[in-house]
Design a protein around this ligand. Sequence first.
Ligand code: UDP
Ligand code: MG
Length: 323
Amino acid sequence: MKSSSPILYLVIPCYNEEEVLEETTKQLKEKMQKFIKDKVVSPDSRVMYVNDGSKDSTWELIKKISQKEKLFTGITLSRNRGHQNALLGGLMTAKEYADVVISMDADLQDDIHAMDEMLKKFHDGCDVVYGVRSTRKKDTWFKRVTAESFYKFMKVLGVDVIYNHADYRLTSKRVLEELSNFKEVNLFLRGMFPLVGFQSDIVYYERNERFAGESKYPLKKMLNFAWDGITSFSVKPLRCICSIGFIILFISVCIMFYSLIRKFTGNTVDGWTFLVISIWFIGGLQMISLGIIGEYIGKMYGETKERPRFIISENLLDTQYKK
Ligand code: UDP
Ligand code: MG
């Protein structure tokens, strides 16, 4: 069991969300007040909005809400930097004040009542609790199929992602401290938390529809995000080049036999055998060479990220021999 009343911060990135902020504030106020009353969280807990360079009156609204309600606060980015950067900015700010942080979207598509179970798991010793969508009935057919195929494809590429988990998650302060040592700039946060490790669990919830406003993730942004996820976490696409090279080289051997048979049975024009064998053989060799270069680039890419090589979660020396 952890200490009874941790300080909870809700981190909520907002980009042009003036239409939803009032309702979101109303619902979260009720929820937080209940948590505080039930002593699940400390009275110093807060909801922190992160304005991601909105072009509408979102920031003015956040300021107004924070003046009126002590429970609410906010930060604003100097310009729009995208959901992942805004979220990281919020998490890194919140960790200075909070013991535990939950991130969620401003449109409350993710059931806020799942927080009860998240906090329970935190009290039972979990450092990360992932919110997972049990069904996607309310998403469009297109969004459901593309999103679910994406998670499956990531698994094939060897990336440790939680199936159907977006950015609704609880994280303890120490997880965020460790996350701050990941210096990469191409962010794909849902892939980074499994790398940080620590004890984790999953909470399932039903995803709702957006109650107002439009999605800030149009198809183009979604594809970019998916591509970022793949290229920031997997070197398998580079490895594929080498495999393709070997396949082409194998084909070139088959073609060599085939064209030699054609030549000796007299079924060819002059020069054809030489040309066909050369094209396939050189094609294969080039692909393999690119693959080898790719291997080194993959290693460099890993090195440039400078991700922590290990994270110690407990050290008995701390209690055995106090310095
Ligand atoms: N968001 C952001 N910056 C952006 C785009 C989106 O901070 O450039 C926020 C947005 O305000 C919301 C969250 O990211 O709180 C998720 O966006 P949205 O709900 O539009 O995505 P969807 O649920 O449609 O995938
Ligand atoms: Mg949404």
